[in-house]
Every structure is written in structure tokens, then in C-alpha cells.
Design a protein around this ligand. Structure first.
Ligand code: SF4
Length: 464
């Protein structure tokens, strides 16, 4: 948000009606300026004021899209230096490097790892997004063969890497329909590469040997009508690259300096020859401030922690992670398996599902969506949230149990609620008269002791 709080205040109704949750329009303006509240929280902003504010709200780091359709990746669009100021918007894409001097076995193995290395985490699929296809041979025909192979055998977004415009042009003939990132425009080829980017409507990387040269390059590209630009300042040591990333982000956020107001690409693959150290370097740039990170290879032991770190850094600190509402099968439950209840708070879900897995008893876990932190049906002994009164009522939970479909999945009617939510028991019994509500342990760790006996009891019941 480029406008100051006072400038925003001048555009507001100034009625101090408090409907935005703040005591005055001035307080709202200050919070909006700091990115702590959304404009939509005030229902009384005029259409003209909205248009003016929307104009100013264009993010200081341009949003650039690579690829097409659902698999396209968006990078940039950032508005802050530090995550706690608001949030980071678009996670960096991870790319695997594939070179046209690799043999078929290496290429196939790399593509296979790209396809296989995907992880489900609290209802989300974590996976890499890009292949960076580099031409080292100088042979355009060989290069296009490789580009075609990658295109046919993966859904990855593509980075075409060469300093030779003829090679890039050949690559584009094969995959322009996938809107690849062209890497890269340099001082030696900028005119031809800018033309390729415009003709094919593809984003392009400006690659320089230093920040000053980078500014010259992007200024030329913008003047030529190319606006979807990714920045590579050319730094290939950790320290230099780190400094450049911070300089670029500060120039965009604090100075609105157009030549550097673009997302960046970082290449740990060119910085070191040790896969573990390469991953450590990548960790640094997930936090500060890469838009794309190119790795020489993907291995589960380094990619998984990187994906997790990325998920953590790019989670909105004001919006806790939630799992989707629904019924989760842990193990292979059947019609006699226990049914447990919890809420969509991701931490609670992770805690409880791990404990159930440790107990090795198949379970249906019903996860109810909550909006308020105080509604958490918490299975942590040390957490006070579950003990506080929230907005959630026994009636809401009763409705959820009826609608979620669990009644078609099990023969019995026994529902285990967390010990911390024991205050719900009477309300739930009223809302679900055909169910027996069982107050379970206060903390997930005790599930291991509770579940085997409870599962046995259900089995016996089914036999009578
Ligand atoms: S809702 Fe709008 S008009 Fe009302 S106090 Fe908040 S900013 Fe002012």
C-alpha cells in the first residue's frame, strides 16, 4: 500500500461507525496502510475511493506467471519485507536442472523424481513446480529434443536456459504454448531475447553481472514493452546473493524502484557442488526472497524439508493453518472402528493423527471446520484453548456429525470427544440423541492407552 494512513483517511466516510471492528476511521486507515486489515472490512467506502485505493494497492513486486492453466506458477506480488508485517504472498517455485549433455538415463531419472516426490501435508499436496532445461551443447536440435521430452513426460512449468537466442527460439517453437520462462536476456542478446519474449508472450529473465548492469537491462526491457521480468543479478556466492536479494526487495518495497520491482531467480545449483550444502543455501533463499530456486537435483531427504519450510514461511501468520473439514481415515477403518472428533486447526489434527497412527488402531477422524481459535477441540493437555468458551455450540457440532456422512460409515453410534471439550458432552447428547458421547483422554499422547481397549469394546458390541 503506497498511500499513507492520512491519505487513506481522507478517502474514508469518517463516520466512526465501528463496523470494521476498529474504534475510528483513522484507526482503520492506519491499519490499512500497515497492511493489517483488508479494505473490504469497511462496507462504506465509496466506489471512487475503492478505485483510487485499488490503484495504489498494486503490489510493489510485480506478479509474474510462468506456465498455463491450473499448473501455472505465480511468483512475486509481494508487499512487505518481513512476514510478520502482513504475510508473504507467493511461495518460490523449486526447479530441477536438466542439461542437454546428460544421458537419457539421467534425464529420465530426474523426471521420475520430479513426478514422484510429492507429499500430502494437512490436506495439501507439497511438490516442486519447474524444470530448468539448460543448453550446454550449443546444439539447437539436441536441445529441442530434450525440451520436447520434458514437455511430453511431465506437467512441470518450464525454464528455457541458454544465452543463445537461436537456441531459445528453437526451444520456444516446441513449448511456447506452455508459456515458459526465457532465461536469459543479457547485455549481449537483449534485443533479440526481448523480441522472443514479446512474440511468444512469455516472461523473461534479465541476467546481469551485478546490480547496476541489472538495472540497465530491466530498464531496456521495460522500454521495449516487456513487463514480465525475473531478476538474476548474477551473484553466485551465498553472501553476495543474500545481499543482492535484500537490496532488490528493499528497492522495490521501500523505494518503489521500478527497474528492480520484479521477482528473482536464485541458482544454488551454480553455487556449490555438495547436495546437502546446496539445500542449505536454498533454505536461506526460501525465506529471503527468491521467486524461483533452481536445484541441481531433487532428493527426498532435502526436498521434503524445503517444501515444509516453504509452507511454513508462506503461511499467513494471522491465519492459522487449517485442514479441510471432513472424515479422515487413519489406517483402514471399517464399520466397527472408533469415531473421534476434532477441529480443523492443523496443529491439533497433526498431533492427534500422529497419536492414532502410533496406537495402530484404524479410526474415522471427523474434522469439523472452525473459525475461532477458542473453538479448537484441542487434544493437548498443556493448551488452554479447548477449555475456553468459543462460538461453537453442541448444536453446530451435532449438525456437522449428521451432515458429514459418518452415520453411513459405521454401524455403532459412539463418538469420542477430547477430554478438554468435556463441557460439550451434555449439549452434544441433546443434539445427537442417538449417539453415545464418550469423553476421551485430555491429550493426544494418551490415545495410545485409550484406543485399543475402546476398539475392543466396539468390536464386542458389534458381535452381540
Ligand atoms: S467501517 Fe468504515 S466508516 Fe465505519 S469506522 Fe470503520 S472505516 Fe470508518
Amino acid at each position: 500500500m503506497a498511500l499513507t494512513g492520512i491519505e487513506i483517511f481522507k478517502l474514508l466516510p469518517k463516520t466512526n461507525c465501528r463496523e470494521c471492528g476498529l474504534p475510528t476511521c483513522l484507526a482503520f486507515a492506519m491499519n490499512l496502510s500497515a497492511g493489517k486489515i483488508e479494505l473490504s472490512s469497511c462496507p462504506y467506502v465509496s466506489v471512487e475511493a475503492k478505485a483510487k485505493l485499488a490503484e495504489e494497492e498494486v503490489s510493489p513486486v510485480r506478479l509474474v506467471t510462468i506456465g498455463v492453466g491450473a499448473k501455472a506458477i505465480k511468483v512475486g506480488g509481494e508487499t512487505v519485507m518481513f512476514r510478520h508485517e502482513k504475510r508473504f504472498e507467493n511461495p518460490p517455485g523449486f526447479a530441477i536442472l536438466i542439461i542437454d549433455t546428460m544421458d537419457d538415463v539421467e534425464v529420465d531419472a530426474g523426471l521420475e523424481r520430479f513426478r514422484q516426490l510429492q507429499y500430502e501435508r494437512i490436506g495439501l499436496i507439497l511438490r516442486p513446480e519447474l524444470t530448468a532445461i539448460r543448453c550446454d551443447s550449443g546444439d539447437a536440435q539436441k536441445y529441442t529434443g530434450l525440451v520436447n521430452k520434458v514437455k511430453q513426460n511431465s506437467d512441470a512449468d518450464i525454464i528455457l536456459m541458454s544465452s543463445d537466442p537461436d537456441v531459445l527460439s528453437a526451444g520456444l517453437r516446441v513449448c511456447a504454448d506452455r508459456k515458459p520462462l526465457i532465461y536469459a536476456a543479457t547485455p549481449d542478446n537483449i534485443d533479440r531475447v526481448a523480441d522472443l519474449a514479446k512474440e511468444n508472450s512469455c516472461p523473461v529473465t534479465a541476467k546481469a553481472s551485478g546490480l547496476e548492469e541489472l538495472i540497465e537491462l530491466t530498464t531496456k526491457l521495460i522500454a521495449a514493452g516487456v513487463n514480465d521480468i525475473i531478476l538474476d543479478p548474477g551473484s553466485r556466492t551465498l553472501r553476495r546473493a543474500f545481499e543482492d536479494q535484500i537490496f532488490i526487495r528493499r528497492a522495490a518495497i521501500y523505494k518503489n524502484f521500478r527497474p528492480l520491482s520484479f521477482p528473482t531467480i536464485v541458482l544454488p545449483c551454480d553455487m556449490i557442488d555438495n547436495p546437502m550444502m546446496e539445500a542449505m543455501i536454498a533454505f536461506v533463499f526460501v525465506a529471503k526472497y527468491a521467486g524461483i530456486i533452481v536445484l541441481s537435483d531433487f532428493q527426498g531427504e532435502t526436498l521434503f524439508p524445503l517444501l515444509l519450510q516453504r509452507q511454513g514461511v508462506y503461511t499467513d501468520p494471522q491465519q492459522p493453518l487449517m485442514v479441510p473439514e471432513g472424515i479422515y481415515e487413519i489406517g483402514e477403518p471399517d464399520e466397527n472402528s472408533p469415531v473421534l472428533l476434532t477441529s480443523s486447526w492443523a496443529l491439533t489434527y497433526l498431533n492427534l493423527s500422529s497419536a492414532i497412527e502410533a496406537a495402530d488402531i484404524p479410526v474415522f477422524l471427523c474434522v469439523e471446520r472452525i473459525e475461532e481459535e477458542t473453538d479448537v477441540m484441542c487434544w493437548c493437555h498443556y493448551c488452554l484453548r479447548g477449555a475456553q468458551p468459543g462460538k461453537l455450540s453442541g448444536e453446530d457440532t451435532g449438525q456437522f456429525i449428521k451432515k458429514c456422512g459418518i452415520e453411513d460409515r459405521v454401524k455403532h453410534r459412539n463418538l469420542v470427544i477430547p477430554g478438554r471439550a468435556a463441557r460439550f458432552k451434555a449439549e452434544l447428547e441433546q443434539a445427537l440423541p442417538e449417539w453415545e458421547i464418550i469423553v476421551g483422554p485430555e491429550e493426544a499422547a494418551r490415545i495410545v492407552g485409550f484406543l485399543p481397549g475402546f476398539a475392543k469394546k466396539l468390536k464386542k458390541l458389534s458381535e452381540t
